[in-house]
Design a protein around this ligand. Structure first.
Ligand SMILES: C[S@@+](CC[C@H](N)C(=O)[O-])C[C@H]1O[C@@H](n2cnc3c(N)ncnc32)[C@H](O)[C@@H]1O
Length: 387
């Protein structure tokens, strides 16, 4: 059935002449498993639907539609648009996608309601964990598709400047995945660290982005001193302005390219170095890690959060978000590193390669942790000297 659907609606109208020829060659082989082909065809159509919903969920998050609907009984598109202060025609079409996608309920096609259980996962400050903000990555990646296609043909990379919303989206992600669990779950991975922070130590965050994690630490531990480095002027300006607004006097942010950190890192200057999702997409993760080794005091700790994966692609087949992470890597993490003339190790460089890099950088002790709430990351507690 799906085969007929595909040939009727797709091959005749959409696919290129080349693909039609391939399809016909495949179809004339008598040994072809047509049930498998039909099932795969259905899956492809499902992927198309789900990918489209991803984009529309991103729009619902950014326009405040989910927030508006969270507080409403079943309402018309005009009522929803008025509350959200948006154009009704667009809201009605969006409601079409949300209703047929099973995200919004509607019996009559005229009034619409976001079920509380869905609202909990699509809005902030709800009972669940908001996931809608993650869908912003879909549009972010779509925005550079032409440039990535060009890189497939000619090599090279797409620079950060081509992703105008990257730091905003990354900060949304970081606030919910790292910052919200930093004090309760992440810091306790290194016994004694919280006490040391309370007593006063020097802390460096590499690739700090907009600085949400570091600002939380600076507020929580006023006797400690905090430094954040990042390549991005936009992210550093944001972090500096936020720190001033928050009245934080124990924190400094500096725009800095860490590609030669192995040579220019201040020696034995910090008790704690942190890197939240910020090593794999560096131009030179090897240089950054050597620099961290150099800048840590002998008994210091390096706390590194990075993508949790195996270095072997086939071993990641059961990874719950494998396709998503390889895609984000290809369309962002790997390519921004290559654009700096970097190594492009990619987000899915995996535990084995990560440990190799840490070992090369001179670290003698590496503990890898996984947290129950986090399906995406590994947390490495790393020391210069084995205990
Ligand atoms: C995935 S983001 C993580 C940001 C932040 N740690 C967070 O969790 O929100 C990686 C960060 O590394 C920074 N970065 C990339 N290449 C860099 C380089 N060569 N030197 C310094 N920072 C770099 C980027 O600007 C970006 O802010």
């Amino acid at each position: 059935m799906m085969t007929a659907f595909l040939s009727q609606y797709w091959l005749s109208s959409i696919l290129t002449a080349n693909l039609e020829i391939i399809y016909m060659c495949v179809a004339c082989q008598t040994s072809l498993d047509t049930a498998k082909m039909d099932a795969f065809g259905e899956r492809v159509v499902d992927i198309f639907n789900q990918a489209s919903l991803g984009l529309m969920i991103s729009i619902g998050y950014r326009t405040g539609l989910f927030e508006a609907m969270k507080r409403l009984e079943s309402s018309t598109s005009h009522e929803i648009a008025a509350i959200a202060k948006l154009d009704e025609r667009y809201v009605r079409e969006w409601l079409g996608a949300m209703t047929t996608g099973g995200i919004v309920d509607s019996e009559d096609g005229k009034t619409f309601q976001l079920p509380p259980a869905h609202a909990a996962m699509l809005t902030e400050d709800g009972e669940g964990e908001c996931l809608a903000h993650l869908m912003q990555y879909i549009g972010l990646m779509g925005g550079v598709e032409d440039k990535i296609v060009d890189c497939f043909r000619h090599g090279g990379g797409v620079p950060y400047s081509e992703y105008p919303r990257f730091h905003e989206v990354m900060a949304d992600d970081s606030r919910q995945s790292v910052v919200s669990t930093l004090l309760e779950h992440i810091l306790p991975l290194s016994p004694g660290l919280i006490l040391a922070l309370k007593n006063g130590i020097r802390v460096l965050d590499v690739g700090c982005g907009r600085g949400y994690a570091l600002r939380l630490l600076a507020e929580e531990f006023p006797k400690s001193e905090f430094v954040g480095y990042d390549l991005s002027a936009e992210a550093i300006d944001f972090a500096k302005a936020a720190a001033v607004r928050e009245g934080l006097e124990n924190i400094v942010f500096e725009e800095r390219d860490l590609s030669s950190f192995d040579k220019d890192a201040p020696q034995e200057a910090f008790d704690l170095v942190t890197a939240f999702d910020a090593i794999h997409d560096q131009a030179r993760p090897d240089h950054v890690l050597s620099g961290i080794n150099r800048t840590l005091k002998p008994d210091g700790v390096f706390l590194m959060q990075d993508i949790g994966a195996d270095s072997n692609i086939a071993a990641n087949k059961k990874h719950p978000i494998g396709p998503l992470l390889y895609t984000i890597s290809c369309m962002h993490c790997m390519t921004v590193s290559l654009a700096q003339g970097g190594l492009g190790v990619g987000a899915m460089w995996g535990e084995q390669l990560t440990k190799e890099y840490l070992c090369h950088a001179g670290f003698e002790s590496v503990e890898r942790h996984k947290l129950d709430h986090d399906i995406q990351n590994f947390y490495y507690i790393v020391r210069r000297v084995a205990a």
